[in-house]
Ligand binder design. Structure first.
Ligand code: BGC
Length: 712
């Protein structure tokens, strides 16, 4: 309890007092949420994971909750937590300061509710845009995802809660996530899927890393020497603990020797079997000590021995306000034909609001990231087929938050007649659109953990709906509530398109604020939108069809594990996301980095320097009539000999500008972000040569460029 000592020293002192049985208690969970209760699990706070405390030594329990977009599983205990916009929306702000506040809010609400560890922090890359968990991640760029995750976790941990970053690694699809074997070279791993982890962990000491379900190059991620011991612990010097994804542990000695520190949620391999393995010398006692020390150290570092913050009712109003702010910053204006937006309330006599339950709520992403809706699902689902397991029920049922876009729109346009049509009959919806001054069509793509999207098309008849409405009224705005990219066969017909993602508990209000121009949109895409699925690196998601669906009614949640294993060969390699479109010379529907505003910006006067401290200086001017935030982006083309895709994002900055204002913007480029990974040397290097630096508004709109020399 001597606070003048470091977490390391304190963990060592405590460890020396522990018996073998006590050590074993700390390295495993105590039962599944949906499984039968155990004596220990009854002490759980109700989150996904629980590790007992040891009162004899004053060791607090680890109460872990999924908390990607807010604290989950409130309903079971009647608790409220803020349902924030999805992580992809947060990331679309490109704003590290906002990511910090996002993490801080989640950290506070975890603490308020008695949790001591977050299981959020997903940074898997949108390598496969049909991945059902895209909404939980931060897009397709490793540097952007890593930087934002670092800020989010730093600020979450400042609330006295242990952070986590996941799913380590290359768990880029849900189909067959328990049987798939991802094949990627070391160079590709280091430059793509491992890079957000490397960046986040170098920038902030995160307590936990969750290893993923899949195999990587032949070994399960949770018993993978290369991933855990070599890369994470030796190379990065990670001092926290590695926790298995839930049910992702496959062995005792192999996992322990490869670097897994904690099994969740059970004790199949890290309970009695681990004790036995230590007794037999199959797992050295020092290795068990190392596991325990890592866990204790994270608890000490988070201040959990020193300050036990009392439980508290979360700051509901503060949360609502912040949720609105994130939605406003993360919403991306994709298209604005004829500057139809912003709408002018004074000029509108009639507004048609159509589709996607916009009368009652906004969609959220499903699975373990699901924050329960305040007051229950705003769109109560039909009863599930008999025999559906609770887990699969959760994965199948889209949850809607009670934030009505219809009401929010009506409030902004008190003089207009605002009518709703559910969109089920496109012809009837089109008739309403035709009779209205403007039509706002809401469409959605539900997504959830546990399954991938069958296609990037909007489900059901929504494409037809948009087509019909846009044909009836040229003044049509489409609002997308999706977890990631969708295709838009109707794009020519729709005047304006707004990507609102899963916008959280104040989504309806934020959408209305943007539609009517109270907020000037500034979000930029963190993933590419393809014109068609034929443009993706792979025709379909890897794996057999049975591995793609939720468990059949009556099936066990683990039924997919019994399917034959298969390889996931990501032979696009380094060409993830926009790098693929660049390298393959394909034009996306909307490129990475794209996002419009109600004002306009001009880029000019670039000066770049290279050498050891590369940087770009340029002038950014708001040439329009409204204040706004422009996310200025810097990309680099590496020397040809580097063998890299045509360009990569290396820096960016959200710049706030009043109407007419111009600023000189200086952006330093971390030379690490220009580096490539040399497999032979097992090290990063900055290849000497000419680097072309680009500056502009998106990956496909780069008006400025200059070549500098670096790497010598
Ligand atoms: C998910 C993790 C989650 C865990 C605990 C797993 O199925 O993959 O992201 O943290 O469950 O709920």
């Amino acid at each position: 309890m001597d606070k003048s000592l470091s977490p390391d020293q304190r963990a060592d002192l405590l460890l020396a007092q522990m018996t073998l049985d006590e050590k074993i208690l700390l390295v495993h969970g105590n039962g599944r949420l949906f499984g039968p209760p155990t004596a220990a699990s009854l002490l759980s706070n109700g989150g996904a994971g629980y590790v007992v405390g040891i009162p004899r030594l004053g060791i607090p329990a680890l109460q872990m909750a999924d908390a990607a977009v807010g604290v989950t599983r409130g309903a079971a205990r009647g608790r409220y937590s803020t349902a924030l916009p999805s992580n992809v929306a947060e990331a679309s702000s490109w704003d590290p300061a906002l990511a910090c506040q996002y993490g801080a809010l989640i950290g506070r609400e975890l603490r308020d509710q008695g949790y001591t560890m977050s299981l959020g922090g997903g940074v898997n890359l949108a390598r496969e845009p049909r991945n059902g968990r895209t909404f939980e991640y931060k897009g397709e760029d490793p540097i952007l995802a890593g930087r934002l995750a670092a800020e989010e976790m730093k600020c979450l941990q400042a609330q006295g809660v242990i952070g986590d970053i996941k799913h380590f690694a290359a768990n880029d699809q849900e189909t067959g996530r328990n049987i798939g074997n991802v094949i990627l070279s070391k160079r590709v791993l280091r430059e793509t899927d491992l890079l957000p982890f490397e960046i986040a962990l170098k920038q902030t000491e995160i307590g936990g890393v969750m290893c993923s379900y899949n195999k990587v190059n032949g070994d399960w991620a949770c018993e993978n020497q290369y991933l855990l011991n070599d890369f994470l612990k030796r190379n990065l010097g990670f001092k926290g603990f590695v926790v298995s994804d839930w049910g992702g542990t496959h062995s005792t000695a192999k996992a322990a020797l490869a670097g897994l520190d904690m099994e969740q949620p059970d004790s199949e391999y890290y309970g009695d079997k681990l004790k036995e393995a230590v007794a037999k010398g199959e797992v050295p006692a020092e290795r068990l000590n190392d596991m325990v020390k890592r866990i204790l150290r994270a608890q000490f570092a988070a201040g959990q021995f020193d300050n036990r913050a009392p439980a508290r009712v979360p700051d509901v109003f503060g949360g609502l306000e912040f949720a609105a702010r994130v939605a406003e910053r993360g919403t991306v204006l994709l298209k604005n034909g004829g500057n139809l937006l912003p709408l002018s309330a004074a000029k509108l006599k009639s507004i048609a609001v159509i589709g996607a339950h916009a009368d009652v709520g906004v969609l959220s992403g499903g699975g373990s990231a699901q924050v329960d809706a305040a007051g229950g699902n705003a769109v109560p689902p039909p009863p599930p087929p008999p025999g559906t397991s609770p887990l699969d029920r959760m994965l199948r049922t889209p949850m809607w938050h009670p934030s009505s876009p219809l009401k929010a729109i009506a409030a902004k346009a008190p003089l207009a007649k605002v009518q709703f049509h559910d969109g089920a009959d496109p012809a009837a919806a089109a008739a309403l659109a035709k009779a209205s001054d403007v039509a706002i069509v809401f469409v959605n793509q539900p997504a959830s953990e546990g399954r991938d999207l069958a296609t990037l098309s909007l489900p059901e008849n929504q494409d037809r709906l948009v087509e019909a409405v846009a044909a009836a009224n040229p003044r049509t705005v489409v609002v997308l509530e999706t977890g990631g990219a969708v295709t838009m066969p109707w794009i020519e017909g729709a005047s304006s398109v707004l990507e609102a993602w899963y916008p959280g508990i104040r989504g309806g209000e934020a959408i209305a604020a943007i539609l009517f121009g109270e907020v000037n949109p500034s979000g930029k895409l963190v993933l590419s939108f393809p014109k068609s699925e034929a443009d993706l690196p792979h025709a379909k998601v890897f794996g057999p069809a049975e591995a793609a669906t939720p468990a059949p009614a009556g099936g066990t949640p683990d039924f997919r594990r019994q399917l034959p294993p298969f390889d996931i060969v990501y032979n696009e390699g380094l060409q993830v996301g926009y790098k693929w479109y660049d390298a393959q010379d394909k034009v996306p529907l909307f490129p990475f980095g794209h996002g419009l505003s109600y004002t306009t910006y001009a880029y000019s006067g670039m000066h770049a320097s290279g050498g050891r401290n590369p940087q770009v200086v340029f002038t950014l001017k708001n040439t329009g009539k409204r204040a706004g935030i422009e996310v200025a982006q810097v990309y680099a083309t590496l020397p040809a000999a580097a063998g890299e895709p045509p360009k990569r994002l290396v820096a960016w900055e959200p710049v706030e500008l009043q109407a007419g204002e111009s600023k000189t913007v200086t952006i330093a480029i971390d030379p690490f972000y220009l580096s490539i990974f040399n497999e032979q040397k097992d090290a990063w290097e900055l290849p000497p040569g000419d680097y072309k630096l680009w500056v502009g508004a998106s990956s496909r709109n780069l008006p400025l460029s200059e070549t500098v020399r670096a790497g010598e």
